[in-house]
Ligand binder design. Structure first.
Ligand code: PHE
Length: 377
């Protein structure tokens, strides 16, 4: 008897909760996000999430979109490629999201994009720069520049600004972003009359780079291009210094993390990387963004946070303009994005669903990044 009663109450409760949950979600626009909130690339996911949340909070505070509030559902993939695909499947089939924001790392965006494409769910990567990502299909967009441009920027900087003649490259094999960017840099640097004196490999999660660095040291490069992610780059900088290597390290956006200097310490100071925005900008959009972000999170936003914010705002604008809140209508509006005044620059989505934007080169100065130059496409 008691058992029956308990069973009845439990079922009633389950029914109520699912029913309430259901009506609640009906008045909400469900947006999915997948990112690395833990693991060796955790700051990528965490910063992006903060930027996205800030954008959606601002919109919800003003009443939302078409009378509905946006609800963000975030999945942590721990920086694992397999998990990225599984997360996106869950977001679409279980959570029934209408659109997706993610990923940062090109490899994970590429692994998950076919799933979004098959289900007709628009996906916007805030920061994946490998060209292949958006080639997956017409539902896949990005709001950042791509690596053929980023690699050219750093080759130009090495050759023009630093007057380098000999460059060494250290690439993370198995990381599509790193390999793609290394290839572009090497090809462009050679076109500019430079020589690639060493092209060495490592893998994400490696901790000992002494063998490669010793080999590279004997070739006496003027610069060392390391298009990797911050954890390994920090360690490479430290070990290079220990081996007496004085050539400056150069890299791409994958360096952008508050952890870069925590890991690399003094050894990373003076190195340069290309990035999506500079905190030194006087553009009112940037100034306002940094101010609000600092108020909300008590920290200075990195490029990931800025791109997450821009991706979320572009998605929201598309949802606002769409005649109806369907994935298809939203997709069509994202594709029409033109001259959007983002924190990371003016964003126009082109026919390949990429954004054509300028890049900045910054120099690492402890936890700060000194603005050096802007390079236009
Ligand atoms: N562009 C990198 C990639 O495609 C990801 C990244 C973007 C990392 C911005 C840091 C900052 O893999």
């Amino acid at each position: 008897m008691i058992q029956m009663k308990t069973l009845w109450i439990t079922s009633a409760l389950i029914f109520c909760f699912s029913f309430l949950g259901c009506t609640k979600n009906e008045n909400m626009i469900l947006v999915g996000e997948f990112g690395s909130l833990t693991g060796g690339q955790a700051t990528f996911g965490i910063s992006t999430n903060k930027g996205i949340k800030m954008a959606f909070d601002e919109i919800n505070e003003k009443g939302g979109i078409k009378g509905k509030k946006i609800k963000l559902i975030t999945e942590d993939n721990q920086g694992k490629t397999e998990e990225a695909a599984a997360s996106v499947t869950r977001l679409i089939t279980q959570n029934k999201v209408i659109a997706i924001i993610g990923e940062v790392a090109s490899g994970r965006s590429k692994a998950a994009a076919p799933i979004a494409q098959q289900h007709g769910i628009p996906m916007i990567s805030p920061s994946s720069t490998n060209p292949d990502v958006t080639k997956v299909g017409d539902n896949i967009f990005r709001v950042c520049f791509i690596d053929p441009f980023q690699g050219l920027v750093m080759a130009k900087f090495a050759s023009g600004h630093l007057k380098a003649k000999k460059a060494a490259v250290m690439r993370s094999v198995g990381n599509e972003y790193s390999v793609g960017l290394a290839d572009v840099f090497a090809a462009e640097f050679k076109k500019m009359g430079g020589e690639i004196v060493a092209d060495l490999s490592y893998q994400d999660n490696d901790v000992d780079f002494k063998a490669q660095l010793t080999q590279l040291r004997s070739k006496k490069p003027d610069v060392i291009f390391v298009p990797g992610y911050y954890t390994e780059v920090g360690l490479i900088a430290k070990q290079a210094k220990d081996l007496g290597i004085k050539a400056p390290l150069l890299g791409g956006d994958g360096w952008d993390s508050p952890k870069l200097h925590e890991i690399g310490k003094d050894a990373i100071n003076g190195s340069y990387f290309s990035n999506h925005y500079t905190t030194e900008s006087t553009d009112p959009v940037v100034v306002e963004f940094i101010k609000k972000f600092q108020e909300k999170y008590k920290e200075t936003p990195d490029g990931l946070a800025a791109l997450g914010y821009d991706a979320a705002k572009i998605l929201a604008q598309a949802m606002e303009k769409a005649p109806e809140l369907t994935s298809k209508a939203i997709r069509d509006e994202i594709a029409k994005t033109k001259d959007f005044a983002g924190v990371t620059g003016k964003i126009t989505i082109n026919a390949e669903r990429n954004a054509v934007k300028s890049a900045v080169v910054v120099q690492v100065d402890g936890p700060k990044r000194k603005y050096v130059t802007t390079i236009n496409p």
